[in-house]
Design a protein around this ligand. Structure first.
Ligand code: SF4
Length: 207
């Protein structure tokens, strides 16, 4: 019974990923020039990582979190006791939108996807959570955190977690050089608290 159920879950996730890959909604609505969604993850993954949106390097590599931010996130996982390569081999990598929103026209860095783009893509994320039923959800960066917690200050939520439907939601700062939040020693302490929680869960749930 369990095997069939696992197989059904795997098939449902594969089918969902195919639907995501063929989605062109944001292009059809004129929000982006070219929709080129990327997906990464397996039905067996028990940690779901939710970021803001893939950057151009991730799109080029056809692999989410394959830019510098992904490298930093992998290091954070290692600080929490996970082995090298865990991020790409054993976590399900998702984001608020699956296509590169492009560069920010008003300066450096990537454009934040608009509320309209996030709303168009959100059903895919909800479906992933429903099918995957992860034990831990890592909310990476302010946009991903606020998509689940509402408007918050990072210093009020980093180092804390919420439990919803038996899933543990852990906010983390954005792992990029663009974010200066981690420059503050007090913020680094909160960040270490977050990694400590993750480390505890790794042992407790054999992640
Ligand atoms: S960001 Fe999401 S909703 Fe928009 S085109 Fe890409 S996959 Fe579709």
């Amino acid at each position: 019974m369990t095997t069939i159920s696992n197989r059904d879950q795997e098939a449902a996730i594969t089918s969902l990923q195919q639907r995501i890959l063929s989605c062109r909604l944001c292009q059809q609505h004129g929000y982006i020039q070219v929709a080129q969604p990327i997906v990464s993850g397996r039905a067996s993954d028990r940690i779901l990582v939710i970021g803001q949106a893939p950057g151009h390097r991730s799109i080029t590599n056809n692999l989410p979190f394959s830019g510098p931010g992904g490298g930093i996130l992998q290091k954070w996982l290692e600080q929490a006791g996970f082995p090298g390569g865990y991020l790409h081999e054993h976590t399900y990598l998702s984001s608020l939108t699956r296509c590169d929103p492009g560069r920010n026209p008003r300066g450096n860095g990537d454009r934040r996807p608009s509320p309209q783009e996030v709303a168009l893509c959100r059903p895919f994320l909800e479906e992933e959570i429903r099918l995957l039923r992860p034990k831990v959800i890592l909310l990476v960066g302010t946009m991903a955190i606020e998509a689940f917690f509402g408007k918050v200050r990072l210093e009020d939520v980093i180092g804390t977690f919420q439990e919803r439907d038996e899933m543990l939601l852990l906010p983390l700062p954005h792992p990029s050089g663009v974010s200066r939040w981690l420059n503050e020693p007090a913020h680094q302490k909160l960040h270490q608290q977050a990694l400590k929680l993750l480390s505890t869960w790794r042992d407790e749930f054999a992640l």
